[in-house]
Design a binder for this molecule. Sequence first.
Ligand SMILES: Nc1nc2c(ncn2[C@@H]2O[C@H](COP(=O)(O)OP(=O)(O)OP(=O)(O)O)[C@@H](O)[C@H]2O)c(=O)[nH]1
Length: 266
Amino acid sequence: MQLRRWNQVFRAIRAQWFHRAAPHAKVLLPRTTHTPYPKPGADVSLPECVAALEEMRQALQRETAQRQALERAFRGTRKALIQAEADLACVRGGERHARHQALHDELTTLPNRRHLMQQLGQALAQRGPEDLGPTVIYIDLDHFKTVNDTHGHGVGDEVLRITAARLSAAVRHGDLVVRLGGDEFVCLLQGVADAAPLRQLCAKLLEAVSRPMKVADLQLLVCPSIGVAMCPQHGTAAKDLMACADAAMYAAKRERRGFAFYGEAA
Ligand SMILES: Nc1nc2c(ncn2[C@@H]2O[C@H](COP(=O)(O)OP(=O)(O)OP(=O)(O)O)[C@@H](O)[C@H]2O)c(=O)[nH]1
């Protein structure tokens, strides 16, 4: 209804302009035109045209305001979505970081005791009656306190980092090297059938850690003691294997043997 009225008004305005303001413009019109121009003021009076134009101006103003409000709302929503996405990425990154921190040692970046106990528990739980069990190799540095006391904790920290790197380099891909805390480390191996390759590995670990360490302008010699516990010979529960490996390590330290298997006489 409104559109029809506006059309009517426009036709009238055009006709008024055509007849009053520019009568000479008639000559510019093609003779073949099919649209007859209404007589000026035929349908609608000039005040009515002005009122209709004002009405249209207000309607357009309302629509423009509505469109601008919609655009603002859209921009606001898009900004909020982008922010929400960034927040989510931040939360996920934080979660990843927290999970990593919970399972790793800050000083050496090695997995920590919690990580070891998870892995060991899992390996034992998944082991079938005929399967080879995991092996725990417990490593403790000898007289590490003296390094700290003589050269300071900074040097001691660097010795721990070097030890971690050397142990990691000595084991096979897939074996787990862990810092338990202090100067204690563990290597967790899977599927080792007998003692011979373990002896070779212990000798390799012993040699790797005992090589001179260069820290700042110091040359340091640090030796480890190593204890081994195998599943199922020495235990089938995580705490038993850890206790046996620890006891074997102390026997090696006490008897200055370098490394020892649990229950093995000197
Ligand atoms: N630099 C440094 N020292 C640490 C850290 N954590 C523990 N320690 C020290 O490591 C030492 C470990 O002590 P022990 O293993 O009992 O001492 P040890 O001299 O190695 O004795 P043995 O093992 O019997 O030869 C302690 O002096 C701790 O203060 C660490 O993160 N950084």
